[in-house]
Write a protein that binds this ligand. Structure first.
Ligand SMILES: *Cc1c(COP(=O)(O)O)cnc(C)c1O
Length: 421
């Protein structure tokens, strides 16, 4: 069958064993091609049901009694569910705060614990908020603590050899995005963690672009610390709280720098002296955002039901499919592949660059009802969320890109940057 055709895309969808999962999400507009699940995942049908339940029955009817009927355990109970998705033990993951705040808590805890070591190591592919947090945490940790940012050579691939070369007895912490937000490059978690451990450094992975997109095995890799958000591939909803992971044996050794009553031992004694809980609850600070936290579970359940192995297999087939179309149609029109060509080193989004990227992006959204997202200076990212993204959507998005450039449709749009991308 001719491959760059709508019929072939539809044939691939018919063959897809995960195809029924799309119906488990709210698809309010069948005409909209949504390829931004790596920024904000779709709404699971079950989350909508859960929202009604938590508002009407738990808040509305049970009122404060609901704290004793499950709200108090929600951070650990849902954390245990997320733990299954990232290869951790149930008591090693807890839901709290935002990714940035969790990163702050764990970085400061790690640097304090590492005592004489002075360097926090990261790379320039990391998420900007992560770098801001590192800068702020280093400032608080002490005048002699520095953040070393290792540059990527091509802006696409992680600087693996250079990171290894920078590791030393001075390294307190190595922290990286497991899958980087622009190019979608995915680090070899086990190999890099092992290398850092040989120098006595702790390792913290940001899983925001990995969890729910590909299998992660924190325990197998011996990872010390991790954080991640729940509103991307986990479909937890806008601004849903994030999670953090601390390896079992480190939990009682690390101190939460934002010590609050939710992490206090026997909190309802209202003791005036802070004394942290034994386990991971010590990394809680204030009252959990019950409404938004309760909506995380539905998305995690769907991923567990589908199985991360099947999700990953489909994700690779779909990113490969898009890249093949790029080779045939889009490379000749000036699009560059700004993601790794090697599927093993690629997460679940594909970045295409074009000098007119921003105007092309605007045309995609406005004239074709295709929603990707745009990351400066010229990246159009196509997020593939295998539970609901179809081959047909990928085909239509690529065909739109071709048309927009061939017919000069992007010329109708201004090159002024938008407020939110
Ligand atoms: C999305 C994302 C975040 C989000 O941080 P918030 O504090 O939840 O806004 C952090 N790090 C990475 C790598 C991300 O992709």
């Amino acid at each position: 069958m001719e491959q760059n055709t709508l019929a072939y895309a539809q044939y691939l969808d018919q063959q897809d064993s995960l195809r029924a999962f799309r119906d488990r999400f709210v698809i309010a507009d069948e005409g909209l091609i949504y390829l931004d699940g790596n920024s904000l995942g779709r709404l699971p049908q079950a989350a909508r049901q859960r929202a009604r339940q938590v508002v009407d029955e738990e808040w509305g009817a049970q009122l404060i009694r609901s704290w004793g009927l499950g709200w108090m355990e929600m951070p650990t109970r849902i954390g245990a569910k997320l733990a299954q998705l990232v290869g951790a033990k149930p008591h090693e993951v807890i839901v709290a705060d935002s990714t940035s705040v969790n990163l702050f808590k764990l970085v400061l805890a790690a640097v304090k614990y590492q005592d004489k070591r002075k360097i926090i190591l990261t790379d320039d592919l990391n998420f900007p908020s992560d770098l801001y947090i590192l800068q702020g945490a280093a400032r608080l940790a002490g005048d002699d603590i520095t953040v070393k940012v290792v540059p990527s050579e091509d802006g696409i691939h992680g600087p693996v050899a250079q990171i290894a070369a920078h590791l030393s007895r001075e390294t307190a912490l190595l922290t990286l995005s497991h899958t980087v937000f622009k190019s979608g490059y995915t680090y070899d978690m086990a190999a890099i963690t092992k290398e850092a451990h040989e120098h006595g450094a702790l390792v913290l992975w940001d899983l925001s672009h990995s969890a729910g997109a590909l299998p992660v095995d924190l325990n197998a890799a011996g990872v010390d610390l991790a954080v991640g958000c729940t509103y991307k591939y986990l479909n937890g909803g806008p601004g849903s709280p994030a999670y953090l992971y601390v390896r079992e044996d480190l939990q009682s050794k690390l101190q939460n720098p934002v010590s609050g009553w939710m992490g206090q031992r026997r909190m309802f004694d209202f003791s005036l002296q802070y004394q942290p809980e034994e386990g991971l609850r010590r990394f809680l600070t204030g009252t959990p955002p019950v409404l938004s936290m309760s909506l995380i579970e539905a998305g995690a359940d769907l991923l567990l039901e589908a199985g991360m192995k099947a999700v990953r297999e489909k994700s690779i087939r779909q990113t490969e499919y898009l890249i093949k179309i790029w080779e045939r149609w889009l490379a000749p029109l000036g699009f560059t592949l700004n993601s790794p060509r090697d599927a093993a080193r690629r997460g679940s989004h594909v970045s295409l660059g074009h000098p007119e990227g921003l105007r092309i992006d605007k045309a995609l959204i406005d004239a074709y009802q295709v929603i990707p997202d745009f990351r400066a200076p010229d990246n159009i990212r196509f997020g593939i969320a295998p539970l609901y993204t179809t081959f047909e959507e990928i085909y239509r998005a690529a065909a739109a890109l071709k048309e927009i450039v061939e017919q000069g449709i992007y010329l109708n749009y201004s090159a002024d940057p938008p407020e939110v991308t």
